[in-house]
Design a protein around this ligand. Structure first.
Ligand SMILES: *Cc1c(COP(=O)(O)O)cnc(C)c1O
Length: 417
C-alpha cells in the first residue's frame, strides 16, 4: 500500500498556481533526497557502491544537482545528457555512458568527460578504434537471451530486445581489448524495467555474478565493476508497495557472498543506474479540469495532454489521479480523463472511478517524476509545461519555464514567405 497524496496543502497549491498556471510538474525535493539516502544506505556493505541516476528520467540540472549532493552519479545515453552533466559539474567516474546505436561524436564527448564507456555491441570496439583509441577502461552490456521468467512489458523479452551482447561476444571482446591496452573491465545489464518483485532484481544480480565467473574462467580477467542497470519499479497503483531496499540489498549480498566471495573472485564494485524509482514517485503533474463532456461515455478534459505525460498513451500505464479537495469523496463517477490532442489515445485514464469532477477542479496525476516531462513532444503544436521544485524549506523554484510559441517556432524562418 502507498498513499497517493500531495506533499503540500490545497491552499499552498493555489498560491503556487497563482504564480505558475497549470499545467506543470511539481517535484518534491525532500521526498527525492530521503528516498535516495535510504537506497544508498541499504548498500553500504558493497564496495564503492554507486547509483548513477538515469538522466533521461528527469533531465533537469536542478534535479541532477540535488542528487549530486547525495553522491549520486549520472547514467547518460546521449550527447545532450552528457552536456547536461558537464554543465552541472558531473564528470569522470561519476558518469557511465550506457548508450546504444551511438554516433562517434557522443563517444568522443563521453571520453572527453572521462566517463565510463559501456559498449552495447562487440562491433563497437572496432568502431571506437576506427575513429580513435580505446579508453583504458570499458564496460560491456550483457543480453542474456531467453530467461526463465522472461522480461516485462517495457523492455520485453531479452532475446527480442535490441540491447547488449551475448556472453560469448563479451568474452571475445575482453580477450581482444586486453591485447589493445584496456586494463579495467566492467559488466552491465538491464533486463527488467519497473520491477517491484525483488526476486527479479536479485535474479539480475545472480546473472551478472555468474557472468563475472564465466569471464574470469574464459579470459583470466577479473572484472572490477558490475552495473545492474535501472529497472527498480514504482508502485504506481495505491495497492502496490515500493521495493524494500533493505530486503533487496540483503538478497544481493547473499548472492555476492555465495558466488563472488565463495568462488575466490576478487571484490567487485557494484552499481545501479535507476531513474524511475529515484524521482518517479516524487513528481506530480498538476492540471485543471476545463471541460466535461457526456456522450456515450463521460469525459473530463484537462489543460494538460499527452505532451506532458505520454506513459498512459504509450504503454497503457496506470497513473493514479486525485482531485484536490475531494480526496475523501466517494468515487461514484466513471470518467475518461483526456488531453486535447487529435489522438484518441490522449487519455490519462480510461473508465476511472473518481469523485464528481467540476470545471476548475485541480487534478493531480501522481508519480510523474520520471519519464514524464522528459518524454514530452510537440505534436499538434502543444507546448511542454514548466517544472517546479518544492524545496526542502517549502519554497518553490521554477527549474524549467513553460515553452512558448516562440520556442516552438524557433527552428522556422518566416522571413522568406
Ligand atoms: C532507461 C534506462 C535506465 C533507467 O531505467 P529506470 O526504469 O528509469 O530505472 C538505466 N539504464 C539504461 C541503459 C536505460 O536505458
Amino acid at each position: 500500500m502507498n498513499e497517493k497524496k500531495l506533499p503540500i496543502t490545497a491552499a499552498r497549491l493555489e498560491e503556487i498556481i497563482a504564480e505558475y498556471p497549470t499545467p506543470f510538474h511539481l517535484y518534491d525535493a525532500q521526498g527525492i533526497v530521503t528516498n535516495i539516502r535510504k537506497f544508498i544506505k541499504a548498500f553500504s556493505w558493497a564496495k564503492n557502491f554507486k547509483e548513477y541516476f538515469a538522466v533521461k528520467a528527469t533531465p533537469n540540472p536542478y534535479i541532477m544537482r540535488l542528487l549530486q549532493r547525495e553522491g549520486v552519479g549520472a547514467d547518460c545515453s546521449s550527447l545532450a545528457e552528457l552536456v547536461l552533466c558537464e554543465k552541472v559539474g558531473i564528470t569522470g567516474d561519476n558518469i557511465i555512458f550506457s548508450s546504444n546505436d551511438t554516433p562517434y561524436e557522443e563517444y568522443a564527448k563521453a571520453m572527453e568527460l572521462g566517463a565510463i564507456i559501456n559498449l552495447d555491441d562487440i562491433t563497437h570496439v572496432a568502431y571506437l578504434e576506427a575513429h580513435g583509441t580505446l579508453p583504458n577502461r570499458l564496460a560491456f552490456r550483457y543480453n542474456p537471451g531467453s530467461l526463465k521468467h522472461g522480461g516485462n512489458t517495457i523492455i520485453g523479452l531479452p532475446e527480442e530486445a535490441k540491447y547488449g551482447m551475448t556472453g560469448d561476444q563479451i568474452i571475445e571482446a575482453i580477450n581482444y581489448c586486453k591485447t589493445r591496452g584496456v586494463e579495467r573491465f566492467g559488466l552491465h545489464t538491464m533486463v527488467v524495467s519497473n520491477e517491484l518483485d525483488i526476486q527479479g532484481l536479485i535474479g539480475t544480480a545472480e546473472l551478472m555474478f555468474n557472468l563475472a565467473l564465466r569471464v574470469k574462467e574464459a579470459t583470466g580477467i577479473e572484472v572490477d565493476f558490475i552495473d545492474f542497470g535501472g529497472g527498480i519499479g514504482v508502485p504506481y497503483r495505491p495497492e502496490e508497495s515500493a521495493v524494500d531496499f533493505e530486503a533487496l540489498s540483503a538478497g544481493i549480498k547473499a548472492a555476492y557472498e555465495r558466488l563472488i566471495e565463495g568462488n575466490g573472485h576478487s571484490s567487485i564494485s557494484l552499481a545501479f543506474e535507476c531513474g524511475r524509482m529515484v524521482t518517479g514517485p516524487y513528481g506530480y503533474l498538476i492540471a485543471t479540469a476545463i471541460h466535461r463532456k457526456d456522450i456515450y461515455k463521460h469525459y473530463i478534459g484537462l489543460d494538460a495532454c499527452m505532451a506532458n505525460l505520454m506513459r498512459p498513451a504509450l504503454y497503457g500505464s496506470y497513473h493514479h489521479i486525485t482531485v484536490v479537495g475531494k480526496e475523501t469523496a466517494p468515487l461514484d463517477h466513471v470518467y475518461d480523463v483526456t488531453g486535447s490532442l487529435c489522438e484518441n489515445n490522449d487519455k490519462f485514464a480510461i473508465d476511472r472511478q473518481l469523485p464528481k469532477i467540476d470545471i476548475g477542479d485541480r487534478i493531480v496525476i501522481h508519480d510523474t517524476g520520471a519519464h514524464g516531462h522528459s518524454m514530452g513532444f510537440n505534436y499538434n503544436g502543444k507546448l511542454r509545461s514548466a517544472e517546479l521544485l518544492l524545496n526542502e524549506d517549502g519554497s518553490i523554484t521554477q527549474i524549467r519555464r513553460a515553452e512558448t510559441l516562440d520556442d516552438l517556432f524557433a527552428t522556422l524562418d518566416f522571413s522568406d514567405l
